[in-house]
Ligand binder design. Structure first.
Ligand code: ZN
Length: 465
């Protein structure tokens, strides 16, 4: 890994030029540059600062590749039986994307009626609830302890429903963690050079797993890690320590004092705070917590699923950053139009109005909860078109350069100043097959032909001369 590269015929801010990179840093931009180093011919394509996904769940996205994913149109019972017949007998059946409003209420008894011969775990698409069949539940409860996340009926019998129990479930089902190679490669292919893993459950063990995936080059992107708990970062760790993640859940909001204690503890760790706020109630709790404890630059609202105009003003007053996911509008917009109060439609996944209010606004996919496709997220930020072709929140659409900029700021500064291609800047770059304007016209399918991280080509090796 030399981190040295000469890029020729690249279009930077509309101008054709050459870029010389040494030890992972851009050292010269001009014409007629020379150097004994690998050479990449950009063939006139636009060279951009590499893209950043400010909120993704890497392990869950990797695991999802091995799962059955159901969506609004899936016949759940038929799909589950079909997968049960085709899956090797010794494997667990894992399902994601479930939602009551499409597939009906779910508990262990209903799952048992569909599949009883193997362990089945079904994750709701909100990410907050898992439902296990009896066989899986028996394994999870094998020691006889029943933790609080396990829902019980009036007789005290577990229903199979597990609320916010990811970490506990992981400890009960000791499957080896999924490889990050495929997701790392998929991100590189999209021009993604940086990611923030926003999982609350990240532990020292998970962090070590990420570090070894990076050492093996399974994951080539720069990485920042959030976590609910303190993480001890070894001096040579390849990842950056991110904010403390607070998961709020309308279903069981904690007392304000608890939120305040977590914020105080984050400050002791010298970390910012990022609060999961999809609903208005979760946001109100987060804002009350920041108001009571004081906010600091870098504190974040994740998602901002519903932000009223009063809350916009409060977020601005507290100088908080919002990290949004335009992809939810594209993938779930039709569902929101049916299920969300019409008066709240203007408050769904705001974008342009946050920026207009002077609120730092960063972009992300929240994969696997939307597809891990950053260009689909950029397109959604521009068009806000649902699967049925309706536009949801036309006033929140961004111009194409502004939509791109959601994904181009520093890892620690979503919504801040977009990174630029300049001498002295780290060589984390995405090369498009054409100019950005031409790609806007011709569509976002596979727009990236090469990706450079710290001066090394991680996608598009075939372009090396
Ligand atoms: Zn998330």
């Amino acid at each position: 890994m030399s981190g040295s590269l000469l890029i020729r015929n690249a279009r930077v801010d509309g101008r054709l030029c050459e870029i010389r990179i040494e030890a992972g840093v851009i050292v010269e931009i001009g014409t007629g540059l020379r150097g004994q180093m690998p050479m990449l011919d950009a063939k006139g394509g636009a060279l951009l600062p590499g893209l950043i996904d400010h909120h993704i769940h890497l392990l869950a996205t990797a695991a999802e590749a091995n799962s059955l994913t159901v969506n609004t149109d899936t016949d759940f019972a038929a799909a589950l039986r079909e997968r049960d017949h085709t899956l090797a007998p010794d494997l667990d059946l894992r399902v994601t994307g479930y939602h009551d409003s499409f597939h009906g209420p779910l508990d262990a008894a209903r799952l048992d009626a569909l599949v009883s011969g193997r362990r089945v775990r079904v994750q709701y698409r909100t990410g907050s609830l898992w439902v296990l069949n009896s066989k899986a539940l028996a394994v999870a409860l094998r020691d006889g302890d029943i933790p609080d996340c396990v829902e019980r009926n009036a007789d005290g019998v577990p229903t199979g429903r597990i609320w916010r129990g990811d970490e506990w479930l992981r400890s009960r089902f000791s499957a080896s963690p999924p490889s990050l190679a495929a997701i790392g490669r998929a991100l590189a292919r999209q021009g993604v050079t940086h990611v923030t893993d926003a999982s609350a459950s990240t532990s020292d063990e998970t962090a070590a797993l990420f570090a070894s995936a990076m050492a093996r080059n399974d994951l080539r992107q720069h990485l920042m890690l959030m976590s609910a708990y303190p993480l001890s970062r070894p001096a040579n760790a390849p990842w950056r320590l991110g904010p403390v993640k607070i998961l709020l859940d309308d279903h069981a909001l904690p007392p304000l004092e608890t939120v305040m204690e977590i914020v105080a503890d984050a400050r002791r760790q010298k970390r910012c705070v990022a609060v999961h706020c999809v609903t208005a109630g979760e946001l109100a709790m987060a804002l009350a917590g920041f108001d009571a404890m004081g906010s600091q630059p870098g504190d974040r609202i994740e998602h901002g699923g519903i932000i009223t105009s009063e809350a916009v003003a409060e977020i601005k007053r507290l100088d908080l950053t919002v990290v949004t996911q335009p992809g939810f509008i594209a993938e779930r917009g039709d569902h929101y139009l049916r299920e969300v109060e019409p008066s709240d439609h203007v408050n769904l996944y705001r974008c342009a109005s946050l920026i207009a209010a002077g609120i730092k606004t960063g972009g992300s996919t929240d994969a696997p909860y939307t597809r891990p496709d950053i260009w689909a997220a950029i397109a959604a930020a521009i068009h806000r078109t649902t699967a049925d072709g309706k536009v949801l929140g036309a006033g929140e659409c961004l111009s194409p350069p502004r939509a791109l900029a959601l994904f181009q700021t520093d890892l620690a500064d979503p919504g801040g100043t977009p990174r630029r291609i300049a001498v002295g800047a780290p060589a984390d770059l995405a090369l498009l097959r054409d100019s950005f304007d031409a790609i806007l016209v011709n569509g976002f399918a596979e727009p990236v032909v090469a990706t450079v991280v710290a001066g090394n080509i991680v996608w598009g090796e075939d372009r090396l001369g």
